[in-house]
Structures are given as C-alpha cells and as structure tokens.
Design a protein. Structure first.
Length: 309
C-alpha cells in the first residue's frame, strides 16, 4: 500500500509532489525500521523457552554471567507470562550470586594507574580500569595486567560465588625494578644478581683442605702406631707365638692402626684435591673481601685447625 502511494506521488508534477512525497518516504522508512527492530528484539515463544533452559544449564556450569544474559532474554515482555515471571525471579537470584571485584593498580611509587588492559584466562576482560566493580564467574582465574612502560603482571585468584566488590591490589613493576611476588603472583622480570665474590666457595675449599690435612695427620699418627706395634709383636713373638702370647694383641693393634692410617691418607688425598679444585675455580676476590686462612691450634686438651676469615 505504501509503495503504491509513493508511486502515485512520484507520478504527480514536481511542484505538487515534493512535500507529500518526502513525508510519505519518511513514513515508509520509519515503518521498515520499526518492523526490523521489533523482529530483532522480540523473541518468539520458542526463543523464550530455549533461553530459560540454557540459563539452567549455564547456572549449573557456574557460568553466571552467560546465564544472566539468557534470563534477560526470557524476561522480555514478548515472552509468555509464566515464563517471563519465572525468568525475572531467577535473574535476581543469579545477580546476587555473581561475584564482583575491584582492582587497585599501583606503580612503583604507589600512584594509581588506570590505563591498564586486563585479560581473563587469556581472553580480553577490560581495556581500562576505572575503579568500578567488574562482574566475574566464580572459580580459579588467571588475570594478566598490561600497561605501557611496565612489565606485565599475572595474578591467579580464586573468585568466590556471591563475593561482592572484592578489593585486589596489583603492584606494577618497571623493567629496572625487581618485584617480590606475593602468593599467586608472577612478575615477568629478570632479577639482577650481583656477581659473587667466591667467598662461600673459598670457605668450602678451606674446609675440604682442612679435612684433607686432618686426614694426613691421622694417617701419619696411626701409621707410626701401627709400625711400632708391629715391631713390638715381632720382637716379643719371633717367628711363631702361642695364642696367649702378648704379641698376638700387639699384632691385632698394629693391623687396626694400619687400617685407620690408610683411611686417613685416602681422606687426605680426597680432601686436598677437592679443596684445591674449589679454591682455584672460585671467582676472584673483590678488593674489600676478607682473606681466608687456616691456622693450627695446640692446647693441653689436644690439637686441631682453626678457620679464619
């Protein structure tokens, strides 16, 4: 009908048709836009029922934000009355269960930073933080915060159902600053470590060398004792001895001392070799480094070695 009226108007002389044609064309366009908008917005009864069923499934999967979107569809006036009322009731319940979080992003100086892009489990969440609460689904999520001039920061958080306006502070780190990550945080920076002066390795070298020297001392002492006991046994016994001859005990002592002496010399060789290896492969000492040394200690209670540094 509208098209016939438009054709009739265009068949009229130009001086008569301009105002009426303009008004009619405007009405045609408005009618088409209104019809198209109604078809795009108003769901059918089947759409309403499907949205209600999808909301139940999504709610069971803890995808609360998607469930709310489906409930808003079946809450529209175009849906059947009973379906619309039930979906509207469930919208309020889901809204109360959806957790929200507020991120507080700070730079190294403690200043607030708003120009921060946030991703949630690898998907974009927000392009900028304005201090407002953000709706999330419950569960464990990985957040990544990126802003120009700062290193990206990741936080793994467990979002709890029904938790509203949770405050979470995020410390941004510049490339030249090493951040200390709290639990659940990961800061993508390389820690600057000052070169070692080798003091720890040299101390280990001296300790190993000291063990080697002590082994050599023990080996020498017990070796001399074994030699003395063996000579005494030969003098007391000769070529053969009776089982109860004192020389039998001296011979046994000589064998035991010889075994301890051997162990001592083996320990000495290993300790001295390890000490030398550690000492000569250690980094050079800095000018202010404290020298390390070893000195003998002799007292009435015995002898030993003293480590000095």
């Amino acid at each position: 009908m509208l098209l016939r009226q438009a054709a009739f108007l265009y068949s009229m002389p130009l001086t008569h048709r301009v105002p009426s044609a303009t008004l009619l064309l405007a009405a045609v366009v408005a009618s088409m836009l209104t019809t198209s908008h109604a078809r795009a917005v108003d769901p059918t009864t089947a759409d309403c029922l499907n949205a209600s069923e999808n909301a139940i499934r999504l709610r069971s999967d803890h995808k609360l934000r998607a469930a709310r979107e489906q409930l808003l569809v079946c809450s529209l006036a175009a849906c059947p009355t009973d379906v619309r009322a039930e979906c509207a009731r469930r919208v309020e319940i889901v809204n109360g269960s959806i957790p929200t979080i507020v991120f507080e992003t700070k730079d190294a100086a403690g200043n607030d930073v708003a120009n921060v892009k946030v991703t949630l489990d690898g998907a974009p969440l927000v392009d900028r933080l304005e201090g407002t609460a953000i709706s999330l689904d419950p569960g464990e999520h990985t957040f990544r915060f990126e802003t120009p001039g700062q290193m990206p920061v990741q936080k793994v958080l467990v979002i709890r159902e029904g938790e509203k306006e949770r405050r979470e502070r995020v410390a941004l780190v510049t490339p030249a600053v090493v951040g200390v990550a709290s639990r659940g945080d990961r800061v993508d920076v390389t820690q600057e470590v000052s070169p070692s002066d080798g003091k720890t390795q040299r101390i280990s070298a001296v300790v190993a060398g000291g063990v080697g020297v002590l082994g050599a001392v023990l080996g020498t002492i017990f070796g001399a004792s074994a030699s003395s006991s063996w000579s005494a046994a030969q003098n007391d016994c000769g070529k053969s001895c009776a089982p109860n001859n004192p020389a039998v005990g001296e011979k046994s002592t000589a064998q035991t001392d010889a075994t301890v002496s051997t162990v001592g010399f083996v320990t000495a060789g290993v300790g001295l070799a390890a000490g030398a290896l550690l000492w000569f492969t250690a980094p050079h000492l800095r000018p202010h480094a404290t020298p390390i040394g070893i000195a003998p200690l002799v007292s009435p209670a015995g002898g030993g070695l003293v480590l000095q540094w």
